[in-house]
Write a protein that binds this ligand. Structure first.
Ligand code: DAH
Length: 370
């Protein structure tokens, strides 16, 4: 385009040919917009907006002040009088038809844009909502709360204490001096010099007596840590609940009565208890406590491993050295203590054959305890 041949042609054209050329030029450029007036047009909102702007430019170019048609209008007065009327008509008709074509395409584009906008903003109010999944308490928490409720109703305070301890609270004050063999099975995780993760909740016995003095009655549920290899019945982190009752004239009978009452409330009034002599450095005498199986009640079943009894935990009369370590006078006060495994009891009640299930945070498992 723009060649000298073209220029010569333009210069030689008569006014009618000028108008004809303008119409043809319009037709060529309008071709791509013609499709919008058809049906079933598929165009994105972005493209439709772009095309709308291009169409507005096309209108200016072919109908505006500097357009060929505007130029032709100025010629109307200059053509020979006998041709003026027909030339004027031609110009008007051509302008009218160009304007009409553009108007139609513009209308169609407008409708397409409108439809695309509505589609984009459409909300299907009939789609079912996403159902929120309500959370719930962990089975160990449920178990802990049941245990707490029972002891609170018996007049016990609930103590919450630190999980990082010094040797003094975890061992020495509990009558387990350095080098004592009782330290071995409770090997734990050491942090910086002199600190370790507590291996038993018995540490809270000392803290509670130091804080509250005597008499004192408290339970302390919480996490404990041991250097254990995980297997179906062991986990390096597990939960215990410690119990301590110190007052004037406390005897083994109080210990037995308290734990008997506890298992009655937890497993039912027919539950029996059994105390077997044992050894713990922080109690004297010491006993292991069992309760009759909540499932079979004695004859033996899978849950109690055919013995009729299930282990509850350790217990005993608080050793005078422990009272002394916490500044309580063993001449005036005596007490009993016990320590129970929360997760062990939990696993037993729900018949879990692997205690690690409680710590895997698998919702498919946890959802069963809703
Ligand atoms: N602390 C002991 C343990 O972790 C459990 C225990 C036994 C606690 C006897 C006591 C107790 O308070 O009297 O194995």
């Amino acid at each position: 385009m723009g060649s000298s041949k073209e220029e010569i042609t333009v210069a030689e054209r008569n006014p009618n040919q000028e108008v004809e050329a303008a119409r043809e030029a319009f037709e060529r450029e309008f071709e791509r917009f013609a499709r919008f007036t058809g049906s079933g047009v598929d165009i994105s909102l972005n493209d439709a907006n772009t095309e709308q702007r291009a169409l507005a430019e096309l209108r200016t170019k072919h109908l505006g002040k500097k357009s060929a048609i505007a130029g032709a209008k100025k010629l109307i007065g200059k053509v020979a009088p006998e041709e003026r009327a027909s030339f004027g008509q031609l110009v008007q008709q051509t302008e009218g038809s160009i304007a009409q074509r553009i108007d139609e395409a513009e209308q169609s584009l407008k409708s397409l844009i409108e439809a695309a906008r509505i589609e984009r903003e459409r909300i299907d109010v009939t789609i079912p909502g996403r159902r929120p999944r309500p959370g719930h308490l962990h089975p160990i928490t449920l178990m802990r709360q049941r245990i707490e409720d029972i002891f609170v109703s018996l007049g016990y305070a609930v103590e919450d204490d630190r999980e990082i301890e010094t040797d003094f609270y975890n061992f020495d004050a509990l009558n387990i001096p350095e080098g004592h063999p009782a330290r071995d099975p409770q090997d734990t995780f050491y942090t910086t010099e002199g600190f370790a993760l507590r291996s038993q909740t018995s540490t809270v016995q000392i803290h509670a007596m130091q804080r509250r003095g005597a008499p004192v009655r408290m339970i302390a549920p919480g996490r404990v840590f041991r250097r254990d290899t995980p297997d179906p019945t062991h986990n390096p982190m597990f939960f215990q609940v410690e119990g301590l009752c110190v007052d004037r004239g406390i005897t083994m009978a109080h210990l037995k009565g308290t734990l008997a009452e506890f298992v009655h409330r937890l497993f039912g009034p027919d539950t029996k208890t059994r105390f077997r002599p044992s050894y713990f450095p922080f109690t004297e005498p010491s006993a292991e406590v069992d309760y009759s199986c909540f499932n079979c009640g004695g004859p033996g079943c899978r849950i109690c491993k055919w013995s009729g009894w299930i282990e509850l935990g350790g217990s005993g009369m608080v050793h005078p050295n422990v009272l002394r370590a916490a500044n309580v006078d063993p001449g005036e006060f005596t007490g009993f203590a016990f320590g129970l495994g929360i997760d062990r009891t939990c696993a037993r009640i729900y018949q879990l054959d692997d205690i690690r299930l409680l710590f895997e945070n698998d919702v498919r498992f946890l959802e069963q305890f809703r």
